[in-house]
Design a protein. Structure first.
Length: 198
């Protein structure tokens, strides 16, 4: 199997890019690199997720599979009294996310290397957001849902973006076994935003 972004130590040659995006009405600059997800620009699914998520200003948020950080860093602007934790298995993504948080002067975030949610299972969060690593396989994606159901506070929400053709129906069915309610809150260009409430 060829290497992809779901690797802890990408060996792909570096290919640094700088991209600018307006997310939730704020301008951001991100540095990206080869060996991380969507290196040429923020993918449509992530943008749809960023635009759809609703958070309380004091929420504790977990971004799973943060890549170089666009979701967690942009959502941090919605929780000025809260905090965002960003996790990814990919050490190159982690280094970029830390750098991009500093680059955009977002200070109430922390970035941890973690295979799925393994490093934060003893914590609790008000919201978990993920553009899950579909190419890592269904087992990994479903493990993220299972672990999210354990770290969320009562009434907390898991927000997921997933394409219909990449398993949105099976993701919805899995989430229904773990959460008290699951709803499709938005859809566009084949992408679905699923919100599961504990």
């Amino acid at each position: 199997m060829s290497e992809h972004y779901y690797s802890s130590k990408p060996s792909t040659a570096h290919d640094i890019h700088t991209i600018e995006e307006t997310l939730r009405g704020k301008r951001f600059t991100f540095q990206t690199d080869a060996g991380v997800f969507s290196k040429k620009g923020i993918d449509f699914g992530s943008k749809l997720l960023i635009d759809t998520v609703t958070l309380e200003p004091n929420a504790k948020v977990l971004d799973v599979g943060c890549g170089y950080g666009p979701i967690g860093i942009s959502l941090a602007t919605l929780v000025p009294q809260g905090h965002v934790t960003m996790v990814d298995i990919n050490e190159r993504a982690i280094a970029l996310a830390k750098d991009n948080a500093a680059r955009n002067r977002v200070t109430h975030v922390r970035v941890l290397q973690s295979d799925t949610l393994n490093e934060v299972m003893d914590e609790t969060f008000d919201a978990v957001v993920t553009n899950p690593p579909i190419r890592a396989g269904k087992e990994i994606v479903h493990r993220i849902f299972e672990q999210a159901s354990k770290v969320l506070v009562e009434g907390g929400s898991l927000w997921v973006v997933i394409q219909k053709k990449q398993g949105a129906p099976s993701a919805f069915a899995k989430m229904e076994t773990l959460f008290s309610s699951v709803e499709e809150v938005d859809k566009d260009k084949g992408y679905r935003i699923l919100k599961a409430t504990k």
